[in-house]
Design a protein around this ligand. Structure first.
Ligand code: 5GP
Length: 141
């Protein structure tokens, strides 16, 4: 049995508006925002609004909505930032590298021959991240 969802996690607080973020996209089901410690320029996170801890407990229907929006946002990020490709990551449970227990996909735009910053990366520059979020929002239309 997996550990129950705990709604005191930081992403639940972001969904409730208790903590600010650089928002990229929001609808009734999904929220996307810049990662506070980017491991590549434009590193963002896509999360469902409904509670789920990770890939091990999310309902398949909820996952389908999440991955569909993740693809759309990832394509917009690659195009908006002129990236050569992207890395998509999802960690489940501490053993899998998960630190925040509300399911999220990491979208990491990538450039040829540029390595990702190792974890833990330094805090992102807020001005730069706000500009990146605006560019991706514009590409989403
Ligand atoms: P994971 O749980 O997959 O290991 O990663 C959690 C991610 O959330 C990390 O990349 C970390 O930088 C990011 N993160 C942690 N706290 C915050 C926060 O308060 N705001 C934002 N935007 N990202 C966060």
């Amino acid at each position: 049995m997996t550990t129950p969802y705990d709604d005191t996690n930081i992403f639940a607080k972001i969904i409730r508006g208790e903590i600010p973020c650089h928002k990229v996209f929001e609808d009734a089901d999904v929220l996307a925002f810049m990662d506070i410690m980017p491991r590549s320029p434009g590193h963002l996170l896509v999360i469902p609004k409904a509670p789920a801890r990770n890939l091990l407990d999310i309902a398949p229907e909820q996952l389908a909505v999440l991955i569909r929006q993740t693809q759309r946002i990832a394509k917009a990020a690659v195009s908006a930032l002129g990236a050569d490709g992207l890395t998509l990551q999802q960690f489940s449970e501490a053993a899998g590298g998960q630190e925040v227990f509300h399911i999220h996909f990491h979208v990491l735009p990538r450039w040829n021959d540029v390595r990702m910053t190792p974890h833990p990366a330094p805090m992102g520059d807020k001005t730069v991240q706000a500009e990146q979020a605006a560019k991706i929002r514009a590409a989403l239309g």
